[in-house]
Design a protein around this ligand. Sequence first.
Ligand SMILES: C[S@@+](CC[C@H](N)C(=O)[O-])C[C@H]1O[C@@H](n2cnc3c(N)ncnc32)[C@H](O)[C@@H]1O
Length: 231
Amino acid sequence: MGDEGEPRVVLREYIYTQEEGDANGELRISIPEVLDSEYGMYVWPCALVLSQYIWFQRSLMPGRRVLEIGAGVSLPGILAAKCAANVILSDSAAMPQCLQNCARSCRENKLLGVPVIGLTWGEISPDLLDLPPIDIVLGSDVFYEPKDFEDVLLMVRFLMERNPKAEFWTTYQVRSEDWSIEALLHKWKLRCRNVPLKTFDADKECLAGSNLPGRHSIQMMIITLDLEKSG
Ligand SMILES: C[S@@+](CC[C@H](N)C(=O)[O-])C[C@H]1O[C@@H](n2cnc3c(N)ncnc32)[C@H](O)[C@@H]1O
C-alpha cells in the first residue's frame, strides 16, 4: 500500500502503430498497473497477443458490442474501446480491487462512458442477465486455473445462447501440456478455431513497444457456438 492506504500504481504505455504511410499516426494506451503483490494486477503476456489481434482487426471494431471478462487492467478492452467498439469491462464480482483496476484504466485513457461490472465465471447473476446484446467476448488469460475452465465456458455458452453469432476471442498461455479445454468445448457444444500468431504479426517476443509476451507460449483461439450440435 502507498502512504494513504492507496495501492501503488505505475503507468505503462503500449503503443499501436499504423501501417507506413497512414496519416493517423499511432495509438498509445496507458495502463495503470498495481505494484502491491497482494493485488498482482498487471498486464499478462496473453493480453498483448489478444490486443495485437484486436489491432489487426481494428477496421471491424467501430460499433461492435464487446464484453471483456476477467479483464484485470483491461488492455484488450481499452484498445477495443479506443478503436470505437462499445465496450463493457468485467471482472470477478468478488474482487472489488480488480473492478477498481478496470475503472482506473478507463479513467487513464479518458474512456468515461465504459461500464465496469462484476461478472463471476459460472454465476448467473442479475448483471449477467441484464447485459445488452454482445458481438464479441474478450478473454485474455482466463484459462489459468483448471478448476475455473468449466465456469469460464459456462459463462461463454450462456452468452452465446443469447447471442448465437457472438465470438469469444481468447488467448491462452500454455502452462502445462496436460491442460486442455477440448472435452469441455465438446460438452458445452462450442467450436474452437486456433488463429496462428504469425497471421496477425503476434509471433514476436515484444509487442506494442513492451517486452511482452516474451518467450511465453501463447495461443489465440476463436470460440463460437457449434450450431450443428446445438441444433
Ligand atoms: C491471469 S489474470 C488476467 C488478467 C487480464 N485479462 C490480462 O490478461 O492482463 C486473470 C483475471 O481473471 C480474474 N478472475 C479470476 N477469477 C475469476 C472469476 N471467478 N470470475 C471472473 N473473473 C475472475 C482475475 O481477477 C484476473 O483479472
